[in-house]
Ligand binder design. Structure first.
Ligand SMILES: *[C@@H]1O[C@H](CO)[C@@H](O)[C@H](O)[C@H]1NC(C)=O
Ligand SMILES: *[C@@H]1O[C@H](CO)[C@@H](O)[C@H](O)[C@H]1NC(C)=O
Length: 237
């Protein structure tokens, strides 16, 4: 499956449509995500400058280019991690604002496409090391409005270890659970991300992310990444 990776600049995640391929694609000329609000112990750093230290931020986008139209955008949560020896649960509630553009260069807003979320479940990129019998779970609850919720879950069951480098895991995909923004064009996306770990007394286990020591003695987490999936439908004029 052909795919493209688009990198982004921290708080902003934006993209422009890629050159036409031989298959028909359904996507606006440009779009942009921004973190609108953060709440919870897993993301106490709303507004922090991602240039100064790893902050809760948008990292990159990814999409298929073969007509299957599966898109992802990733968010990193440096403060979201659990360890049986320390905190066994943490969470973050994230609100993302979404813009659609008919021309990315001058950011002309448009409403020709309707964003559809939960196309292909949710991905997590993390490091982990769990002893036998230890279980960890990350749950993603998408608030679709009008009391509707869509939940994706990823479980790690010990013994399991990522090794030094982060590994990608995917939730199950429920094909009939696509949900649309209420309108074509711009909108808001809300979800709660909850990470927890359980084990018996004395057992060892953690779920976290890679770390870097930019300043001696000060370890920073890169951030567990959540990839939410989406696509679009064309709106009738
Ligand atoms: C553990 O979690 C609580 C709230 O869930 C938070 O206030 C505290 O800072 C956390 N401790 C650590 C060491 O992360
Ligand atoms: C869609 O999800 C499935 C199940 O997790 C995964 O195997 C597949 O790679 C995903 N597709 C894309 C394009 O990421």
């Amino acid at each position: 499956m052909k795919s493209a990776i688009i990198t982004s600049l921290g708080l902003l995640g934006f993209a422009t449509a890629l050159p036409a391929t031989e298959v028909e694609r359904t996507l606006p000329a440009g779009w942009e995500y921004k973190i609108a609000s953060l709440r919870g112990p897993g993301c106490p750093d709303f507004g922090a400058d991602p240039e100064k230290a790893f902050a809760t931020r948008l990292t990159y986008g990814q999409n298929t280019m073969d007509g299957s139209e599966i898109y992802y955008w990733f968010i990193a949560y440096p403060h979201l991690h659990v360890d049986l020896a320390d905190n066994d649960s943490s969470w973050c509630e994230t609100e993302i604002s979404y813009e659609e553009y008919s021309n990315y260069a001058d950011k002309t807003p448009s409403a020709d496409y309707r964003l559809r979320l939960h196309k292909n479940g949710t991905r997590a990129i993390a490091t982990y090391d769990l002893e036998k019998g230890v279980k960890a779970t990350i749950k993603f609850e998408y608030d679709a409005g009008k009391g509707e919720e869509y939940t994706d879950v990823i479980n790690w069951n010990g013994p399991a270890a990522s090794g030094q480098y982060q590994q990608e895991s995917s939730s199950a995909v429920a094909k009939d659970e696509l949900y649309k923004l209420p309108k074509c064009g711009a909108g808001k996306i809300k979800f709660r991300t909850e990470l927890s770990i359980e084990g018996k007394k004395g057992q060892k286990g953690f779920v976290a992310s890679e770390t870097h020591e930019f300043t001696k003695g000060k370890v920073e987490y890169y951030g567990i990444q959540q990839g939410f999936s989406y696509d679009w439908e064309k709106c009738k004029k």
